[in-house]
Design a protein around this ligand. Structure first.
Ligand code: HEM
Length: 260
């Protein structure tokens, strides 16, 4: 950011606004999607099983998945798409758009300047596009090899994977970062952990309500319990090593904030 600021000459206020905007737009949306994926794994264990089978076959037990594995992990790619469809964090599209000229849709007049709210949830749950839409079913995307950006801008709307990054010219600017973060998060989660329902004090399994979300601009499932256990001591050890390395490379040792 400071390099761009030097080149373009914008003010410190604009620079902090831009930096804050990226962090705000990119963090909670991504973590909410990972959180939704964990909830889905509690409820749809058959998906977890298939995802682990794929990761184990392609990556094996000795290293974590990386972006180089992406072309060979189509089921994980499909889990990323299905997580974004199943629980869109920007449930009403985040940013209202505005029509630049008078328009009409199915007899409704939309005057120039009117704000348009993008009802992502309804479109993502349309049974005509996604049969049995509340079912978490990555195989909907088994033959979809488009990356998120190509899918979101496909001129044939039937080719769009979902509508979670927005539509039209004003789309999520972080779409590539988001797609990669989710791929790494989901592939490594299934590589390292088993996810199961938690039990209450009487030993009964607690199944979360998949239709209960927090409210707000960016939503996520309301807090739920789950049981995450490392798949082996070796895998847990490799995750700890990776975490330590990331911490040393990226965070200030004293403040634990990002290094400048
Ligand atoms: C799961 C992850 C994410 C989701 C679901 C998501 C979704 C969205 C949506 C729906 C919009 C509004 C688009 C519109 O106007 O129609 C948006 C805007 C935006 N997103 Fe994301 N986003 C995600 C991750 C990220 C990341 C990682 C970054 C940055 C690194 C980012 C940066 C932005 C920015 C800067 C805007 C505003 C663009 C503008 O002013 O028009 N997003 N995002």
């Amino acid at each position: 950011m400071s390099k761009v600021q030097e080149k373009e000459g914008f003010s410190d206020t604009t620079a902090s606004y831009l930096a804050g905007n990226l962090i705000e737009a990119g963090t909670e949306t991504t973590s909410s999607t990972l959180y939704a994926f964990i909830q889905a794994m509690v409820i749809f264990p058959e998906v977890m099983k298939k995802a682990q089978e794929e990761v184990d076959r392609v990556v094996g037990p000795d290293r974590l998945p990386t972006m180089d594995d992406e072309p060979n992990l189509q089921y994980i790619r499909a889990c990323v798409k299905e997580s974004l469809r199943w629980m869109p964090p920007a449930i009403t599209g985040a940013i209202p758009h505005c029509v630049i000229q008078d328009d009409e849709y199915r007899g409704y007049k939309i005057p120039k300047g009117a704000a348009i709210i993008h009802n992502v949830y309804s479109i993502n749950m349309d049974p005509a596009r996604y049969p049995d839409p509340r079912r978490f079913e990555p195989d909907r995307y088994k033959d979809d090899f488009q990356n998120a950006s190509d899918a979101a801008t496909a001129s044939d709307v039937s080719k769009r994977d979902h509508f979670t990054f927005g539509t039209g010219r004003r789309l999520c600017q972080g779409i590539h970062v988001a797609e990669r973060s989710l791929f790494l998060g989901i592939s490594r989660l299934v590589w390292a952990f088993d996810v199961n329902p938690a039990a209450d004090s009487d030993g009964r399994l607690i199944i979360p309500d998949t239709d209960s979300y927090t409210s707000g601009f960016v939503v996520m499932p309301t807090p739920f319990k789950a049981r995450l256990t490392p798949r082996s001591e070796k895998r847990a050890g490799l995750i700890r090593v990776e975490w330590k390395q990331a911490e040393e490379e990226l965070l200030d040792p004293v403040t634990k904030q990002w290094k400048a």
